[in-house]
Design a protein around this ligand. Structure first.
Ligand SMILES: [Zn+2]
Ligand SMILES: [Zn+2]
Length: 85
C-alpha cells in the first residue's frame, strides 16, 4: 500500500543512533494501575490508585528491577515497585 509506505519511510530514514536515547527514556516504569508505560490515563489512574490498597512487590522486593537479569523492569510489577494488596 503506497499510503503505508509513505508513513513508514520517514521513520526508517532517522539514524538508529538518534532513535536509541529516545527509546530508552520512554521505556519507563509501568503505571501500577493500567500497566502501561507511560500511563495511558494519568488522571483516571490517580483516582483508581487512591481507591485501592498497594503493597511493595514481593518479586523484586520493592525495587522495581527485574531480578533475573533478562529484562530491565520487574515482570510482576513492571517497575512500578508496588502491586495491588
Ligand atoms: Zn495508568
Ligand atoms: Zn516487582
Amino acid at each position: 500500500m503506497p499510503v503505508a509506505l509513505a508513513v513508514v519511510a520517514p521513520v526508517l530514514s532517522v539514524p538508529v543512533a538518534e532513535l536509541k536515547p529516545v527509546r530508552v527514556s520512554r521505556a519507563g516504569r509501568e503505571c501500577p494501575v493500567c500497566a502501561s508505560a507511560p500511563c495511558s490515563s494519568p488522571l483516571d489512574c490517580a483516582a483508581e490508585f487512591s481507591a485501592h490498597v498497594w503493597v511493595a512487590c514481593a518479586d523484586c522486593a520493592g525495587t522495581g528491577w527485574d531480578s533475573t537479569g533478562m529484562a530491565i523492569w520487574c515482570r510482576v510489577c513492571g517497575g512500578s515497585k508496588i502491586v495491588e494488596g
